[in-house]
Design a protein around this ligand. Structure first.
Ligand SMILES: [Zn+2]
Length: 143
């Protein structure tokens, strides 16, 4: 009953061998060794994989897109929640770390194409081009 549990004392040093830093907030590792937390390596690999996929999609390489990945899932979730959306609206709601308006447009259109989503092109009153993306078709059927 009285066994001392890890984390019960905020002054316990970092669990990394040879590190004497005191972690903040009762964490088992200090800020320098946070990547030792179980699952952290997987998380970082996922972030790297996602960034690489986004970079390829922005270059128009939409065949490299993982339609079951986290980016595709975010776009689908947004369309399911809000209905048909302009590409510019999608870009205002999901932030991609990609430079250039045209690259970001290519990125979203690439995901839409890979996901088989319907995209309709149009022009507004001032002649500006826009695209409207529809939610997944198979989910619109009546139950
Ligand atoms: Zn440490």
């Amino acid at each position: 009953m009285n066994a001392k549990r890890r984390g019960s004392d905020p002054r316990d040093p970092c669990l990394f061998v040879g590190c004497g830093n005191i972690p903040t907030g009762r964490k088992p590792y200090c800020i320098e060794h946070l990547d030792r937390i179980p699952g952290a390596a997987d998380l970082m690999r996922e972030v790297e994989r996602r960034e690489a996929e986004i970079a390829r999609a922005a270059l128009g390489q939409w065949r490299h897109i993982d339609t079951a990945g986290s980016v595709a899932e975010e776009i689908l979730d947004l369309l399911r929640a809000e209905g048909p959306l302009r590409v510019t609206t999608i870009l205002s709601k999901i932030v991609f770390d990609v430079d250039g308006e045209e690259q970001r447009r290519t990125l979203v259109l690439g995901y839409c194409r890979a996901l088989g989503l319907a995209v309709e092109a149009g022009r507004d009153d001032r002649g500006h081009r826009f695209e409207v993306v529809s939610p997944p078709v198979q989910e619109r059927r009546a139950s």
